[in-house]
Design a protein around this ligand. Structure first.
Ligand SMILES: Cc1cc2nc3c(=O)[nH]c(=O)nc-3n(C[C@H](O)[C@H](O)[C@H](O)COP(=O)(O)O)c2cc1C
Length: 143
C-alpha cells in the first residue's frame, strides 16, 4: 500500500482540522495515511512516504511558524526531490503571501507541487473542508 504522511503545525486547531479532512480524502483511495503534528514527525516519515502534505498557518508576518515548522521544512530540502507534495494552512488578515513563498520554496527543492497551496480563512467551513478532502484525494492519485 502506498504511504502518505500529513505533517502540520497548528496553534489553535484550524490547520489541524484541514489536516484531518485531507487525510479523509486521501484514505478514499485506500492509502496508508499518517497524520502527525510536526513535533512528532521525523525526517524518516517524509523519506518513507510516497507523497506528503505539509500544513502551517500564516504566522509572524507572513511566514511559517518559526520554532518547529520552519526548521522542519528547512530539513526537507534534500529529501523531497521528485516527491508529490501538497501544502495547506489557515490564515486571518493577510493576503496569502506566506503560502506563495512556501510554494516557491518547495518547488525549488525539486518537489512536485500538487495543485496550489490550499489556504482557508480561520476555521474551515464545510465548503473549506470539502476542498481539503479534494486535495487529499488528488494527492493520493499522484502516487
Ligand atoms: C503570532 C501570530 C501571527 C500571525 N500572523 C499572521 C499573518 O502574518 N498573516 C495572516 O494572515 N494571519 C496571521 N495570523 C493568524 C493565523 O494565521 C490564523 O489565526 C490561523 O487560523 C491560525 O491557524 P491554527 O488554528 O492552525 O493555528 C497570525 C496568528 C498569530 C497567533
Amino acid at each position: 500500500m502506498k504511504k502518505i504522511a500529513i505533517i502540520y503545525w497548528s496553534g489553535t486547531g484550524n490547520t489541524e482540522m484541514m489536516a484531518k479532512a485531507i487525510a479523509e480524502g486521501a484514505e478514499e483511495n485506500s492509502q496508508e495515511v499518517k497524520v502527525l503534528s510536526v513535533e512528532k514527525a521525523t525526517l524518516d516519515d517524509v523519506v518513507t512516504a510516497d507523497a506528503i502534505a505539509l500544513g502551517c498557518p500564516s504566522m509572524g508576518a507572513e511566514v511559517l511558524e518559526e520554532e518547529e515548522m520552519e526548521p522542519f521544512v528547512e530539513s526537507l530540502e534534500k529529501v523531497v526531490s521528485e516527491k508529490p507534495v501538497a501544502l495547506f494552512g489557515s490564515y486571518d488578515w493577510g493576503n496569502g503571501e506566506w503560502m506563495k513563498d512556501w510554494e516557491e520554496r518547495i518547488k525549488n527543492y525539486g518537489a512536485k507541487l500538487i495543485d496550489e497551496g490550499l489556504i482557508l480563512h480561520l476555521t474551515p467551513t464545510d465548503e473549506g473542508l470539502i476542498k481539503c478532502k479534494d486535495l487529499g484525494e488528488n494527492l493520493s492519485k499522484f502516487i
